[in-house]
Design a protein around this ligand. Structure first.
Ligand SMILES: C[S@@+](CC[C@H](N)C(=O)[O-])C[C@H]1O[C@@H](n2cnc3c(N)ncnc32)[C@H](O)[C@@H]1O
Length: 203
């Protein structure tokens, strides 16, 4: 399984934004929707071997939220960014009163979250790593033990607290190259890395 955790910082977690302003009032939900689309959609197929977690941190009500997308069960994911953003917004709205996880649409599970615990548990999985411009270059050791779980920042990067946590946890810091890329581009590079290694445990 190829797992991605995206740290999202400015999206209003109650879904209080309009689909006409994803980049502004949506807190760069355009980039998050693009990352989801890139992570799962092929030209005429869906990546069933992929799971993505979106960790929405927020001090404002209704507080932090987690959306988890499961490639094996995902439905209604279309190539356009706007409809993907609508699926995610719907999930956030469904979770406003939720005290536990709910499946807002097939393959999309949403609920409240403790961000520190989420990052800690995600990164502790087999193949856990932190994608960062300043890391050591990605090589064939990634995923070699059968798991792959990458933490990425959103367009604002990880917060200082998240960086400190990942450092304290000793999560390996891995780079995809010297240029700072968009989240969706990083996910594309990773997916292609494993596509080209069909004999890798996560290929
Ligand atoms: C648009 S970048 C964030 C840029 C932000 N200004 C910063 O300084 O962190 C979004 C995320 O993609 C990942 N990323 C971007 N370029 C990368 C690279 N060359 N290697 C590894 N990860 C990268 C990182 O996880 C980064 O937090």
């Amino acid at each position: 399984m190829r797992r991605f955790l995206v740290l999202v910082h400015r999206v209003p977690t109650g879904g209080q934004f309009t689909l006409n302003d994803l980049a502004g009032g949506g807190g760069r939900m355009d980039e998050i929707a693009r990352a989801v689309s890139t992570g799962f959609l092929l030209s005429n197929d869906l990546r069933r071997d992929t799971e993505m977690t979106l960790l929405f941190s927020s001090d404002r009500p209704p507080g932090p939220r987690r959306i988890r997308l499961y490639g094996e069960r995902l439905r209604h994911l279309n190539p356009d960014e706007r409809s993907t953003a609508a699926l995610l917004k719907n999930a956030l709205v469904r979770a406003i009163p939720a005290e536990q996880d709910v499946e807002s649409s097939p393959g999309i599970v949403v609920g409240p979250v403790d961000p520190v615990r989420e990052i800690t548990e995600f990164a502790a999985q087999e193949g856990g790593l932190w994608l960062s411009e300043d890391g050591t270059l990605l090589d064939d050791s990634a995923g070699a033990l059968g798991g792959f779980a990458a933490v990425l920042g959103d367009p604002y990067g990880p917060s200082i607290e998240e960086e400190a946590l990942l450092t304290r946890l000793g999560v390996p810091r891995v780079s995809l190259g010297p240029r700072s890329m968009r989240v969706s581009q990083c996910i594309d590079v990773i997916q292609n890395h494993f596509d080209r290694r069909p004999r890798s445990p996560v290929g």
